[in-house]
Write a protein that binds this ligand. Structure first.
Ligand SMILES: Cc1cc2nc3c(=O)[nH]c(=O)nc-3n(C[C@H](O)[C@H](O)[C@H](O)COP(=O)(O)OP(=O)(O)OC[C@H]3O[C@@H](n4cnc5c(N)ncnc54)[C@H](O)[C@@H]3O)c2cc1C
Length: 421
């Protein structure tokens, strides 16, 4: 078959990769001049099955409400966004009930574990350097209550999907990552997840795209898709700003923007953009910089070493499709991240940090939306939210298998559009 993937972020590129494995002729089209120019560009760099919980935890809803309009909070809901969030927001609240949340955590964990196994398989098959490290991830906690919630979530992910974890006291946290020594007395404990990994998503996406092009992928960059054309009930072609592309099947992988093109085909996707920020600092030769990727649960920031650089990422901002880098928000992320490493904070020059912001494609219940759209000829691979790097290989492979008529390797219940009824 000839298949066109729309969108050249992590999800589009992995889908194209696995479609090539299936023997298809594949075109990938993206409006940007290079792959990974949007959410996949400078994310938190964590491949974390351990972080599979959807954000609408039963406990978090109260926190969210307290944070409305507060510029320095980990989650910022701009009041003008409230009307646009109406339907999605109610779904977000509904799915925060404990039983929904537990089910969706298990669905995400299953996909994440599958995906991380595929990443290892891929690294065996092709030489691809994306500053990856398979050394696990550390989650740290100050509040005893948050530590207990994480204990329950970790037990659930272990049972549902085999995510291994090790509980640590403050002293053991510092043994694992000595750069945290300066805050040992503030910590209630932590968890270490040995199977998690990290790596630069942009490098991965661009390098896998190059390898895919060598295998025959028709890569059309700098071309924006304007229109999905439907004939006799089926999507048979798309209009871009430079012409028409025909194909047997199209895969919509346009991240946070997926609802726009989907709505042209009459498909409603319960996805909203949730802005996040990152700052990337050069830390070569700085003794106080951590080596292990760290999730600071209370402050809602992640800290990842990428070669000679340190990436600090986080926050959730409901601000529509605005991708601007707001200085106060990114400074908060930077400050919160560095507060964990007083020695590093004293020696690093934050003026040299690369500051970035982009939009996570967030579904109202948490898991992504994979597979058939209900319209013949159109498949979906979007809505990965805060887990799109973790899910990329697994989601790409599942959608490619569905298109090829292969039985997916994992149960896809809870991952397809029909779950919304
Ligand atoms: C601050 C931050 C930190 C994060 N940290 C992590 C993390 O540590 N671990 C993790 O697993 N996930 C993380 N994520 C989430 C992850 O980065 C995203 O879920 C993932 O990048 C989404 O990939 P995507 O391919 O769906 O979307 P994108 O990367 O946004 O790709 C969509 C592509 O579609 C293209 N496009 C859109 N419209 C059109 C059109 N009309 N025509 C042609 N092309 C179009 C765009 O140019 C873009 O290239 C983070 C996200 C953010 C913002």
């Amino acid at each position: 078959m000839h298949i066109t993937v729309i969108g050249g972020g992590l999800v589009g590129v992995t889908t194209a990769w696995y479609l090539l494995d299936g023997g298809h002729s594949v075109t990938l089209v993206d409006r940007a001049e290079e792959l990974a120019s949007e959410a996949s560009h400078a994310n938190g760099a964590m491949l974390h099955a351990s972080h599979a919980e959807p954000w609408n935890t039963p406990r978090a809803i109260g926190q969210f409400l307290r944070w409305i309009g507060r510029e320095d909070s980990p989650l910022l809901l701009r009041p003008r966004e409230i009307p646009r969030l109406a339907g999605w927001g109610l779904g977000f609240l509904r799915y925060s009930r404990a039983r929904h949340h537990a089910r969706n955590t298990a669905v995400n964990a299953r996909l994440a574990v599958y995906s991380l196994a595929l990443m290892r398989e891929l690294e065996q098959q092709v030489a691809i350097d994306y500053t990856q490290r398979h050394q696990g991830i550390l989650k740290i906690f100050r509040s005893a209550e948050e530590l207990e919630t994480a204990r329950a979530d970790s037990a659930l992910m272990a049972t549902a999907a085999g995510v291994r974890h090790e509980a640590l006291g403050p002293e053991q946290v510092v043994e694992r990552e000595p750069a945290l020594a300066g805050i040992e007395s503030d910590l209630s404990g932590g968890f270490y997840y040995p199977d998690d990994a990290s790596g630069d998503a942009r490098l991965f996406c661009q390098r896998l795209g190059t390898l895919a092009a060598e295998r025959g992928l028709d890569l059309r960059l700098g071309e924006s898709v304007r229109q999905l054309n439907r004939h006799d009930g089926r999507i048979r072609s798309i209009e871009t700003d430079t012409g028409t592309i025909e194909a047997d099947v199209f895969v919509l992988a346009t991240g946070a923007e997926a609802p726009h093109l989907a709505s042209q085909a009459g498909v409603r996707l319960p996805i909203r953009p949730v802005k996040g920020y990152s700052a990337t600092l050069p830390v070569a030769g700085l003794a106080g910089a951590p080596r292990l990727p760290i999730i600071d649960d209370g402050r809602k920031v992640v800290i990842t070493r990428l070669g000679d650089q340190l990436r600090i990422a986080g926050t959730a901002e409901f601000a529509g499709y605005d991708k601007s880098v707001r200085p106060n928000r990114v400074e908060t992320v930077l400050r919160q991240g560095l507060a964990n490493f007083p020695a590093l904070a004293a020696e690093v020059d934050t003026a040299t940090a690369d500051r970035w912001a982009c939009l996570r494609p967030m579904t109202m219940d948490g898991p992504p939306i994979l597979g058939e759209s209900g319209i013949p000829g159109l498949y979906l691979n979007t809505g990965a939210g805060h887990l799109g790097w973790t899910f990329a290989a697994g989601a790409g492979r599942l959608v490619a298998d569905m298109i090829s008529g292969q039985v997916p390797a994992i149960d896809t219940t809870g991952l397809t559009l029909d779950r919304y009824g």
